[in-house]
Design a protein around this ligand. Structure first.
Ligand SMILES: Cc1ncc(COP(=O)(O)O)c(C=O)c1O
Length: 403
């Protein structure tokens, strides 16, 4: 039998989805499962955006320009200028989700074996994109004690070597919810400038910023314009994960032209998705005000409940819709599986994402070091009533598990 690739063997299954069979089995037993494991918002996609797809007059659903439909890119440029990011339609490549933008960034800027430094815990799929692009992730640890603030600049400098080509951040972060400040990003820009490396910024959660804080984009850092690539998506902004539309944005012409070659190879991003994306730019501000209000209430429910549980700690995230919690458990993978397999509280249980999947592992076999063993990620994409019940289940689950 022919052998599969090493890359294929190295790919990890999604740490978030690996518990799905246990959740399905719980549902089949009649247990109600509160899904706090994935970032699928329950918010409605704006009506105007949905109507644009319904009412479109396309008789032939053709390929679009490889960089995306011009009218959409112009509209997107309007959106970015409104949020303080001064770009034009010519700086944008519309991608098939933010995911494809990340692949374009890795493949356009890094060769096989080159390194990208990423503060961990980080979005688990960065690992998959890195393996597919034959790029090496160099993690540096951010800690729950600081709420996952940017690690000190010296920590970045310690791992910068001849193979380092880029730093990647997610702001606000999945999985931590941490919002990097202008000061932190300015400090980061200084080392990007000093070592003349790329800075990839995944800002797909830009709209989800709380407590009167403001999002500061890496595109606003003027000293590193030629080093910066912004990766974005409509998935979370408009609760439209299924339209598969994102964006790759840079002022660096050479990088842009290189990414365009990858974009041409895959022909075009989805046409219906672009129609939805273009109309979505006109979504009224009240939609976002309402969404943010909802998420603040949800976050407060989760953070307060966890901090009231004995031996637990949950920093108060300022963005995205995730919170990382430290729980008094020996092994978060085991605990999350146990919640689904063996536990219920009045016929209900909760599905969480073990944090180990958001950290890199080091060592192998018996010597494997797994970080995040007493942490879980909680996605607060459910309504407050369900979240309250879910937190009751978790509190009870911890008591029973530790008995
Ligand atoms: C941090 C982050 N980046 C990128 C993505 C990919 O988004 P999409 O490909 O749906 O645009 C996600 C999805 O959950 C994410 O959380």
């Amino acid at each position: 039998m022919p052998k599969i690739s090493k890359k294929g063997m190295d790919m990890h299954p999604s740490p978030i989805r690996k518990l799905v069979p246990y959740a399905d089995a719980a549902v089949n037993r009649g247990v109600k499962v509160f899904y706090l494991n994935i970032g699928q918002p329950d918010i409605e996609t704006p009506k105007g955006a949905r109507d644009a797809v319904k009412n479109n007059g396309l008789n032939v659903v053709a390929y679009s320009h490889s960089a995306g439909i011009l009218s959409y890119r112009k509209k997107l440029a309007e959106y970015y200028n409104r949020v303080g990011v001064a770009i034009t339609a010519d700086d944008i490549i519309v991608t098939t989700g933010g995911s494809e933008g990340i692949m374009f960034a890795f493949n356009s800027c890094l060769d096989s074996g080159d390194e990208v430094i990423i503060p961990e815990p980080f979005y688990a799929n960065y690992n998959g994109f890195a393996i597919a692009s034959d790029v090496v992730v160099k993690p540096i640890v951010s800690s729950i004690e600081t709420g996952f603030a940017l690690p000190p600049i010296e920590e970045f400098e310690k791992v910068i070597g001849p193979k380092t080509k880029a730093i990647m951040i997610c702001n606000p972060s999945n999985p931590t919810g941490y919002l990097y400040s202008k000061e932190e990003l300015t400090a980061l820009s200084k080392i990007v400038e000093k070592y003349d490396i790329f800075l990839f910024a995944d800002e797909v959660y830009r709209e989800f910023v709380y407590d009167g804080e403001e999002h500061f984009s890496v595109m606003q850092l003027k000293n590193i314009e030629q080093n910066t690539i912004l990766l974005d998506s409509v998935s979370k902004r408009y609760s439209a994960c299924g339209v598969r539309i994102g964006a790759f944005i840079t002022k660096n012409e050479e990088v842009y032209n290189t990414a365009m070659k990858f974009a041409q190879a895959r022909l075009s991003p989805p046409s219906y998705g672009q129609i939805l994306g273009e109309a979505a730019v006109d979504t009224p501000q009240e939609y976002f005000d309402e969404v943010v209000k909802d998420y603040v209430a949800r976050r407060n429910t989760v953070v307060q409940a966890i901090n009231n549980m004995q031996g637990c700690f949950c920093p108060n995230p300022k963005g995205a819709f995730y919170a990382m919690a430290r729980l008094p458990v020996d092994d978060s993978d085991k605990f999350c599986q146990w919640l689904l397999e063996e536990f219920d509280y009045n016929g209900k249980t909760v599905m969480l994402a073990p944090a180990t999947g958001f950290y890199s592992t080091s060592g192998e076999g018996k010597n494997e070091v797994r970080k995040g063993k007493n942490e879980v990620r909680i996605s607060y994409c459910l309504n407050v009533k369900d979240l309250k019940e879910a937190m009751e289940c978790l509190a009870e689950g911890l008591k029973v598990y530790n008995r």
